[in-house]
Design a protein around this ligand. Structure first.
Ligand code: HEC
Length: 147
């Protein structure tokens, strides 16, 4: 009888680990819901305001469209004001003239201080883990934007 009980231990352990996995996949589907609350209808590819809006949305709300093993882009790592400045700098990487040119210098410093930790040297990303933020157009923006 005792032996039979011992047999159940691995089964119980398996069930516990399975159930906790279920829980985490539940929470990622919730963050996906959040991430899709972007202003998608405003994204058009060749419009600087749209690009800046996209970057601000991603910074403020997070993003989870690629499902990388590294996880989602976390929301709110910088303030909304800082997000605007970073968006202006990132617009220059796309060859756009930013809406607020005076934000570019500060935005650049904020970008290097807050984003390259994950997005790699010069923001060029790491294939399969962190998107390249210098790519024209940005992969995620291309997917979400209308032409
Ligand atoms: C903790 C790591 C991490 C940090 C810090 C981080 N990001 Fe991200 N970022 C990610 C990941 C992971 C993704 C891909 C998310 C997905 O699956 O959609 C991403 C996606 C993005 C995208 C969408 C890229 C595309 O192809 O459209 C933008 C824009 C972006 N990040 C900007 C920034 C900016 C700006 C900062 C600094 C304020 C920043 N990120 C900081 C991890 C990070």
């Amino acid at each position: 009888m005792k032996k039979l009980f011992l047999l159940f231990i691995p089964i119980i352990l398996f069930l516990i680990s399975y159930l906790s996995k279920e829980k985490t996949s539940l929470s990622t589907s919730i963050s996906l819901k959040k991430a899709t609350s972007l202003n998608k209808d405003r994204y058009r590819l060749n419009c600087v305001e749209c690009f800046e809006q996209y970057v601000e949305d991603v910074i403020n709300n997070g993003l989870d469209i690629f499902h990388y093993p590294s996880g989602a882009m976390p929301a709110g790592t910088v303030s909304k004001e800082e997000a605007k400045k970073i968006a202006a700098f990132m617009a220059t990487l796309q060859g756009f003239t930013p809406t607020n040119v005076e934000y570019v210098e500060e935005g650049k410093a904020l970008f290097y201080g807050n984003c390259t930790g994950c997005h790699g040297v010069e923001g060029k990303g790491q294939e399969g883990y962190f998107p390249d933020l210098t790519k024209r157009p940005l992969e995620g923006f291309k997917r979400l934007a209308t032409q």
